[in-house]
Ligand binder design. Structure first.
Ligand SMILES: C[S@@+](CC[C@H](N)C(=O)[O-])C[C@H]1O[C@@H](n2cnc3c(N)ncnc32)[C@H](O)[C@@H]1O
Length: 265
Protein backbone atom coordinates (compact mmCIF):
# COMPACT_ATOMS: atom_id res chain seq x y z
CA UNK A 1 0.00 0.00 0.00
CA UNK A 2 1.21 3.51 -0.73
CA UNK A 3 1.21 6.15 1.99
CA UNK A 4 1.96 9.82 1.71
CA UNK A 5 1.87 12.44 4.43
CA UNK A 6 -1.64 13.97 4.66
CA UNK A 7 -1.82 17.51 3.28
CA UNK A 8 -2.23 19.65 6.41
CA UNK A 9 -3.30 22.81 4.61
CA UNK A 10 -6.00 20.90 2.80
CA UNK A 11 -7.23 19.45 6.13
CA UNK A 12 -7.51 22.93 7.61
CA UNK A 13 -9.65 23.98 4.65
CA UNK A 14 -11.93 20.94 4.95
CA UNK A 15 -12.35 21.68 8.68
CA UNK A 16 -13.06 25.34 7.95
CA UNK A 17 -15.58 24.62 5.23
CA UNK A 18 -17.49 22.13 7.46
CA UNK A 19 -17.15 24.41 10.48
CA UNK A 20 -18.78 27.35 8.74
CA UNK A 21 -21.66 25.05 7.74
CA UNK A 22 -22.32 23.71 11.26
CA UNK A 23 -25.48 25.82 11.84
CA UNK A 24 -27.03 25.17 8.40
CA UNK A 25 -25.89 21.55 8.16
CA UNK A 26 -28.81 19.77 9.82
CA UNK A 27 -31.40 21.36 7.51
CA UNK A 28 -29.41 20.51 4.36
CA UNK A 29 -28.62 16.97 5.41
CA UNK A 30 -31.27 14.87 3.60
CA UNK A 31 -28.69 12.48 2.13
CA UNK A 32 -26.76 12.20 5.41
CA UNK A 33 -29.91 11.31 7.34
CA UNK A 34 -30.90 8.66 4.82
CA UNK A 35 -27.46 7.07 4.63
CA UNK A 36 -26.81 7.20 8.38
CA UNK A 37 -30.14 5.57 9.19
CA UNK A 38 -29.81 2.75 6.75
CA UNK A 39 -26.65 1.61 8.61
CA UNK A 40 -28.73 0.95 11.74
CA UNK A 41 -29.52 -2.74 10.99
CA UNK A 42 -25.76 -3.48 11.09
CA UNK A 43 -25.29 -2.07 14.60
CA UNK A 44 -24.39 -4.68 17.27
CA UNK A 45 -27.19 -5.40 19.74
CA UNK A 46 -25.02 -5.44 22.89
CA UNK A 47 -24.90 -2.28 25.02
CA UNK A 48 -21.64 -2.46 26.94
CA UNK A 49 -19.54 -1.37 24.02
CA UNK A 50 -17.17 1.49 23.24
CA UNK A 51 -18.17 3.20 20.01
CA UNK A 52 -16.29 5.74 17.92
CA UNK A 53 -18.32 7.98 15.59
CA UNK A 54 -15.65 8.95 13.09
CA UNK A 55 -16.31 12.37 11.49
CA UNK A 56 -19.25 12.97 13.80
CA UNK A 57 -20.25 16.36 12.30
CA UNK A 58 -23.14 17.98 14.21
CA UNK A 59 -23.44 14.80 16.31
CA UNK A 60 -26.92 13.75 15.10
CA UNK A 61 -25.93 10.07 14.87
CA UNK A 62 -23.49 10.26 17.82
CA UNK A 63 -26.53 11.19 19.91
CA UNK A 64 -28.49 8.19 18.62
CA UNK A 65 -25.53 5.90 19.39
CA UNK A 66 -25.31 7.35 22.92
CA UNK A 67 -28.87 6.17 23.58
CA UNK A 68 -27.81 2.54 22.99
CA UNK A 69 -24.15 2.17 23.95
CA UNK A 70 -22.17 2.67 27.17
CA UNK A 71 -19.28 4.74 25.94
CA UNK A 72 -19.57 6.92 22.84
CA UNK A 73 -16.82 9.09 21.37
CA UNK A 74 -17.44 11.67 18.62
CA UNK A 75 -14.34 12.61 16.63
CA UNK A 76 -14.17 15.39 14.05
CA UNK A 77 -11.63 17.63 12.38
CA UNK A 78 -13.82 20.70 12.57
CA UNK A 79 -13.95 22.87 15.73
CA UNK A 80 -17.22 24.43 14.51
CA UNK A 81 -18.94 21.07 14.13
CA UNK A 82 -17.65 19.89 17.54
CA UNK A 83 -18.76 23.09 19.24
CA UNK A 84 -22.28 22.74 17.80
CA UNK A 85 -22.41 19.03 18.79
CA UNK A 86 -21.14 19.66 22.31
CA UNK A 87 -23.82 22.31 22.91
CA UNK A 88 -26.76 20.30 21.64
CA UNK A 89 -26.13 16.57 22.20
CA UNK A 90 -26.13 14.00 25.01
CA UNK A 91 -23.75 15.17 27.76
CA UNK A 92 -22.26 11.68 28.25
CA UNK A 93 -20.55 11.80 24.83
CA UNK A 94 -16.78 12.40 24.71
CA UNK A 95 -15.82 14.76 21.90
CA UNK A 96 -12.37 14.77 20.32
CA UNK A 97 -10.97 17.26 17.83
CA UNK A 98 -8.71 15.13 15.64
CA UNK A 99 -7.89 13.87 12.20
CA UNK A 100 -8.96 10.39 11.11
CA UNK A 101 -5.38 9.89 9.89
CA UNK A 102 -4.08 10.24 13.46
CA UNK A 103 -6.67 9.07 15.98
CA UNK A 104 -5.60 9.94 19.56
CA UNK A 105 -6.91 6.68 21.06
CA UNK A 106 -5.08 3.61 22.33
CA UNK A 107 -4.59 0.47 20.25
CA UNK A 108 -7.49 -2.00 20.46
CA UNK A 109 -9.65 0.27 22.62
CA UNK A 110 -12.84 0.50 20.48
CA UNK A 111 -15.50 -2.17 19.83
CA UNK A 112 -16.90 -0.62 16.68
CA UNK A 113 -16.52 2.42 14.47
CA UNK A 114 -19.54 4.11 12.93
CA UNK A 115 -18.78 6.56 10.12
CA UNK A 116 -21.37 8.22 7.92
CA UNK A 117 -20.22 10.02 4.75
CA UNK A 118 -16.74 10.93 5.93
CA UNK A 119 -14.07 8.81 4.31
CA UNK A 120 -14.56 10.39 0.88
CA UNK A 121 -12.67 13.33 2.47
CA UNK A 122 -9.76 11.14 3.65
CA UNK A 123 -6.56 11.35 1.67
CA UNK A 124 -4.63 9.10 1.80
CA UNK A 125 -7.42 6.67 2.65
CA UNK A 126 -5.11 3.71 3.35
CA UNK A 127 -3.56 5.65 6.27
CA UNK A 128 -7.02 6.43 7.67
CA UNK A 129 -8.04 2.76 7.39
CA UNK A 130 -4.83 1.63 9.14
CA UNK A 131 -5.66 4.04 12.00
CA UNK A 132 -9.22 2.71 12.29
CA UNK A 133 -7.92 -0.86 12.44
CA UNK A 134 -5.27 0.09 15.01
CA UNK A 135 -7.84 1.45 17.51
CA UNK A 136 -10.33 -1.40 16.93
CA UNK A 137 -10.29 -4.53 19.08
CA UNK A 138 -9.72 -7.76 17.11
CA UNK A 139 -13.10 -8.79 15.69
CA UNK A 140 -14.23 -5.15 15.91
CA UNK A 141 -16.38 -3.62 13.16
CA UNK A 142 -16.28 -0.62 10.85
CA UNK A 143 -19.83 0.30 9.82
CA UNK A 144 -19.70 3.05 7.25
CA UNK A 145 -21.04 4.84 4.21
CA UNK A 146 -19.17 6.86 1.65
CA UNK A 147 -19.71 8.26 -1.85
CA UNK A 148 -18.10 6.67 -4.88
CA UNK A 149 -17.41 7.53 -8.48
CA UNK A 150 -20.61 8.44 -10.32
CA UNK A 151 -21.65 10.85 -7.56
CA UNK A 152 -22.85 14.21 -8.93
CA UNK A 153 -22.16 12.99 -12.47
CA UNK A 154 -24.73 15.46 -13.82
CA UNK A 155 -22.88 18.42 -12.27
CA UNK A 156 -19.47 17.05 -13.24
CA UNK A 157 -20.38 16.52 -16.90
CA UNK A 158 -22.19 19.88 -17.15
CA UNK A 159 -19.05 21.66 -15.88
CA UNK A 160 -16.82 19.54 -18.14
CA UNK A 161 -18.46 21.13 -21.15
CA UNK A 162 -17.52 24.59 -19.84
CA UNK A 163 -13.96 24.24 -18.47
CA UNK A 164 -11.50 21.64 -17.19
CA UNK A 165 -11.25 22.92 -13.61
CA UNK A 166 -12.29 20.82 -10.60
CA UNK A 167 -15.92 21.45 -9.56
CA UNK A 168 -16.70 18.11 -7.90
CA UNK A 169 -14.30 16.18 -5.62
CA UNK A 170 -12.71 12.96 -6.94
CA UNK A 171 -14.54 9.97 -5.57
CA UNK A 172 -12.96 6.50 -5.38
CA UNK A 173 -14.33 3.65 -7.48
CA UNK A 174 -16.28 0.83 -5.81
CA UNK A 175 -13.50 -1.69 -6.67
CA UNK A 176 -10.81 0.50 -5.12
CA UNK A 177 -12.76 0.55 -1.85
CA UNK A 178 -13.25 -3.21 -1.95
CA UNK A 179 -9.49 -3.65 -2.35
CA UNK A 180 -8.67 -1.23 0.46
CA UNK A 181 -10.91 -3.04 2.96
CA UNK A 182 -10.29 -6.66 1.84
CA UNK A 183 -6.74 -7.22 3.08
CA UNK A 184 -4.80 -9.38 5.54
CA UNK A 185 -5.97 -7.08 8.32
CA UNK A 186 -9.68 -6.69 7.52
CA UNK A 187 -12.46 -8.16 5.47
CA UNK A 188 -15.75 -6.89 4.04
CA UNK A 189 -18.61 -8.89 5.58
CA UNK A 190 -21.30 -7.15 3.54
CA UNK A 191 -21.47 -4.14 1.26
CA UNK A 192 -23.85 -2.51 -1.15
CA UNK A 193 -23.77 0.28 -3.67
CA UNK A 194 -26.86 2.21 -4.67
CA UNK A 195 -27.76 5.37 -6.54
CA UNK A 196 -29.73 7.89 -4.54
CA UNK A 197 -31.23 10.55 -6.80
CA UNK A 198 -32.23 13.75 -5.02
CA UNK A 199 -34.43 16.36 -6.62
CA UNK A 200 -33.67 20.08 -6.86
CA UNK A 201 -35.74 23.04 -8.06
CA UNK A 202 -32.73 24.40 -9.96
CA UNK A 203 -28.93 24.22 -9.99
CA UNK A 204 -28.64 27.06 -7.46
CA UNK A 205 -30.68 24.91 -5.05
CA UNK A 206 -28.14 22.08 -5.53
CA UNK A 207 -25.14 24.42 -5.10
CA UNK A 208 -26.68 25.88 -1.92
CA UNK A 209 -27.28 22.43 -0.48
CA UNK A 210 -23.66 21.41 -1.14
CA UNK A 211 -22.48 24.63 0.52
CA UNK A 212 -24.88 24.16 3.43
CA UNK A 213 -23.31 20.74 3.95
CA UNK A 214 -19.79 22.17 3.90
CA UNK A 215 -19.04 19.91 0.96
CA UNK A 216 -17.80 22.70 -1.28
CA UNK A 217 -14.07 22.43 -0.60
CA UNK A 218 -12.30 21.35 -3.82
CA UNK A 219 -8.62 20.51 -3.21
CA UNK A 220 -7.60 20.52 -6.88
CA UNK A 221 -9.54 23.61 -7.98
CA UNK A 222 -7.19 25.95 -9.84
CA UNK A 223 -9.39 29.02 -10.20
CA UNK A 224 -10.06 29.96 -6.57
CA UNK A 225 -12.33 32.90 -7.39
CA UNK A 226 -15.98 32.68 -8.36
CA UNK A 227 -16.50 30.68 -11.51
CA UNK A 228 -17.88 33.76 -13.24
CA UNK A 229 -21.47 34.43 -14.21
CA UNK A 230 -21.04 33.38 -17.84
CA UNK A 231 -19.44 30.06 -17.01
CA UNK A 232 -22.05 29.37 -14.36
CA UNK A 233 -24.84 30.18 -16.81
CA UNK A 234 -23.28 27.93 -19.49
CA UNK A 235 -23.02 25.07 -16.98
CA UNK A 236 -26.69 25.41 -15.93
CA UNK A 237 -27.68 25.32 -19.64
CA UNK A 238 -25.87 21.96 -19.99
CA UNK A 239 -27.45 20.70 -16.77
CA UNK A 240 -30.84 21.08 -18.49
CA UNK A 241 -30.00 17.92 -20.50
CA UNK A 242 -30.82 16.04 -17.28
CA UNK A 243 -34.02 17.94 -16.53
CA UNK A 244 -36.97 15.65 -15.74
CA UNK A 245 -40.34 16.15 -17.50
CA UNK A 246 -41.70 17.48 -14.18
CA UNK A 247 -39.13 20.34 -14.31
CA UNK A 248 -37.07 18.86 -11.48
CA UNK A 249 -33.25 18.84 -11.59
CA UNK A 250 -31.87 15.47 -10.44
CA UNK A 251 -28.50 14.90 -8.75
CA UNK A 252 -27.16 11.38 -8.28
CA UNK A 253 -25.24 10.29 -5.18
CA UNK A 254 -23.67 6.82 -5.49
CA UNK A 255 -23.73 5.54 -1.95
CA UNK A 256 -21.40 2.75 -0.80
CA UNK A 257 -22.27 1.12 2.54
CA UNK A 258 -19.90 -1.33 4.15
CA UNK A 259 -19.69 -3.67 7.12
CA UNK A 260 -16.02 -4.52 7.71
CA UNK A 261 -14.46 -6.74 10.37
CA UNK A 262 -10.94 -6.46 11.78
CA UNK A 263 -9.32 -9.88 11.42
CA UNK A 264 -7.60 -11.59 14.39
CA UNK A 265 -4.02 -11.71 13.16
C1 LIG B 1 -20.57 15.01 5.44
S1 LIG B 1 -20.10 15.36 7.10
C2 LIG B 1 -20.87 13.96 7.94
C3 LIG B 1 -21.12 14.24 9.41
C4 LIG B 1 -21.84 13.14 10.18
N1 LIG B 1 -21.12 11.88 10.11
C5 LIG B 1 -23.27 12.99 9.71
O1 LIG B 1 -23.65 11.88 9.35
O2 LIG B 1 -24.03 13.96 9.72
C6 LIG B 1 -18.39 14.95 7.12
C7 LIG B 1 -17.68 15.26 8.43
O3 LIG B 1 -16.38 14.68 8.37
C8 LIG B 1 -15.46 15.57 8.97
N2 LIG B 1 -14.11 15.26 8.44
C9 LIG B 1 -13.66 15.40 7.16
N3 LIG B 1 -12.38 14.99 7.07
C10 LIG B 1 -12.02 14.57 8.32
C11 LIG B 1 -10.80 14.04 8.86
N4 LIG B 1 -9.71 13.85 8.11
N5 LIG B 1 -10.78 13.74 10.19
C12 LIG B 1 -11.88 13.93 10.97
N6 LIG B 1 -13.05 14.42 10.50
C13 LIG B 1 -13.12 14.74 9.19
C14 LIG B 1 -15.96 16.95 8.59
O4 LIG B 1 -15.45 17.95 9.45
C15 LIG B 1 -17.48 16.75 8.69
O5 LIG B 1 -17.97 17.08 9.98
Amino acid sequence: MTSTVPHTNNKAKIAQSFGSASRSYDISARLQRFSGKHLMPWLPNKNNLTVLDLGSGTGFFTDLLASSYNQVIGLDLSKGMLHFAQESRNKSINWIEADVHKIPLQDESVDFIYSNLVIQWCDPLDVAIAEMLRVLKPGGLIIFTTLVDGTLHELKSSWKQVDDDQHVIDFKKEDELNQLFNTDASSIVEHKCQDIVLEYQNVIHLARELKGLGANHLPKKRNRGLSGKEKWFAMTEHYQDFLEPSGIYPATYRLYSGLVVKLNN
